[in-house]
Design a protein around this ligand. Sequence first.
Ligand code: PLP
Length: 376
Amino acid sequence: MLHKTIDFSSLAVSGVRALQPYQPGKPESALKREYGLDDVIKLASNENPMGPGTRAIEAAGAELQGAHRYPDGAGFALRHALAERHAVDPMQVTLGNGSNDVLALVANAFLEPGREAVFSAHAFAVYPIVTQAAGASAVVVPANAPDHAMPFGHDLEAMAAAVSERTRVVFVANPNNPTGTWLQADPLRAFLQGLPAEVIAVVDEAYFEYADDPDYPDASLWLQEFPNLVVTRTFSKAHGLAALRVGYGLSHPAVADLLNRVRQPFNVSSVAQAAALASLADQDYIAQSVALNREQRDWLRQALQSMGLQVLPSAGNFLCFRVGERADAIYEGLLRRGVILRPVANYALPGFLRVTVGLPAENARFVEALQAELRA
Ligand SMILES: *Cc1c(COP(=O)(O)O)cnc(C)c1O
């Protein structure tokens, strides 16, 4: 009986006590179960609608033969392939259980009570979670105004101004999720130049492969210039391997050494390492995925705009669009029609919804369902 009287919440560390857990997109299986539907489409978590590449699937399957063995905790083959790809030393690569894991490693290595992490409003939801879990304070910087060329995107000048002597980490999502907005090379580089050398600058490039603005930067090329820079990438989006959980960070070797001290010894499975290695070599699959995304993102944007909806600029594989006060009802209505989107009110974007660019038939079905909901 004693256990019933204990207030476990009061026993938790202060950062965890007030933590709001991450809200993932609704899985297809949950929608089928809850609504009794059997034909549903998920456009809620920015996954690659083509599925994983054949080479990744084959490599993962073959690797299962050795599943009784612990994985290579140092991820030798994958780290070396990534180092070659980015022309860095393997010591600069930190593997993560998704890039999410790398974001948490940064927080665990550099944040604690009394320290601050700076990031933008409407930025990726994991930044506040890892900051708070480490007991540090989040400094959430107001984003660009709604009528800016990059509405709700990162305001780098305001972010620079928010850095104090307590700041130890700055998170920049480029492009940002859920808005889709991005930063061009010159302003981002100037921002990094202006940061104190003691502030770890995380540039999260989860959607790197999809960005097609010629002025969109590859921040990994700046690692020499900025020893405080951590660039994160993932195999969850364009590489189509979200379920396997593999991502990585690129940084100065001394920073990577610190991240590796807090990393779980076997944080990336052998199956994930093998699939990522194969996918890295499968540039045709990536090129096809990116081409499909470009074509379908344009098609979706047109379709949404022709319904009179505001659509934010996007360099990713998703679009954030405004449906107004009925956003919750429209989200629910779409669920009843078997279409899962992502509500973004928890990102301080009430009235907006986010849709992942799917296959042509999925996008068409979503547009039809949305038209019906808007008429309802
Ligand atoms: C999806 C996403 C990630 C990471 O996902 P992982 O599956 O953990 O690699 C990181 N940053 C942003 C902005 C994302 O949207």
